[in-house]
Design a protein around this ligand. Sequence first.
Ligand code: TXD
Length: 309
Amino acid sequence: MPRKKISLIGAGQIGGTLAHLAGLKELGDIVLVDVVEGVPQGKTLDHLAARPIDGYDVGFVGTNDYEPTRDSDVIIVTAGLPRKPGMSRDDLVGINTGIMKGIAEKVRDLSPNAFVIVITNPLDAMVYVMKKLTGFPKNRVVGMAGALDSARFRTFVAMELGISVEDVTAMVLGGHGDDMVPLVRYCTVAGVPVSQFLSKEKIDAIVKRTQVAGGEIVNLLKTSAWVSPAAAAIEMAECYLKDKKRILPCAAYLEGEYGIRGYYIGVPVVIGAGGVERVLEVKLNADEQTAFMKSIESVEKVLAEAKLR
Ligand code: TXD
């Protein structure tokens, strides 16, 4: 069976890490695309030389042109500007929308059957632009945010309890912003509700730290995180390529689910060979519903300000 083709549009911090993780997992041949001459080409040579050491055989191509991306199976988009200290994700909407528009046309024309994972911020708006301008069905355009935010929530619970991250399950819904919704009620430690192990105060502190975890890193690194975002996107790509049918919180296009229509927002979905195969509707109590709707309002505001709707 011929190898799959994974094109990474944007060969920066996250793009380079995507390439490494996809290579290590032998998910397919990898095409790195960037507008900066030399960056995709140089990173490709670096990745090619890592293969003999870790023993994986995939192709890497670095290009400033889109032709090598033709007929990609998966396209992961990180092209755009990351945040600097003091910037909100929403501050990026203007310039990154313009970048998304250019990319969407190439994706539509060259890879009409691709599964597209958008990472670029502001995420819920950029994935909306990608779907709108490619014209792809909703199951083949998805945003990566909830998988990362949920991993951050799990990490902080595990750190607090001094236990393995493998034994913490958690789900963060809503927009990829400071008003995202970590669902405490559904967070478990070895299947047991986290409230049996941590006080409300501790849990509330972890919720807050999860909501601002991206900004915490930006303040330290002076740019966005890249390892964990890349890991989350590769987890999604692997679910698609291997038809794993895992349930992951992703920015999905809703058409009535959760009472929302016509927006991308973070909800639990099943990802398999059909892409976003199903949206799972979990029951929300009054407080969770209020927080979820507040998160939606933030997404609606960004789309309206950018005149995207
Ligand atoms: O959870 C999430 N979704 C977020 C997303 C987590 C972390 C970072 N988040 C966002 O991802 C961040 O705010 C940015 O909008 C993107 C990419 O972050 P990254 O850290 O990878 O940014 P870099 O290192 O600046 O890489 C972006 C690359 C850079 O090399 C540019 O030259 C390139 O994108 N770029 C382009 N490539 C192709 N085509 C076009 N038009 C283009 N414009 C810029």
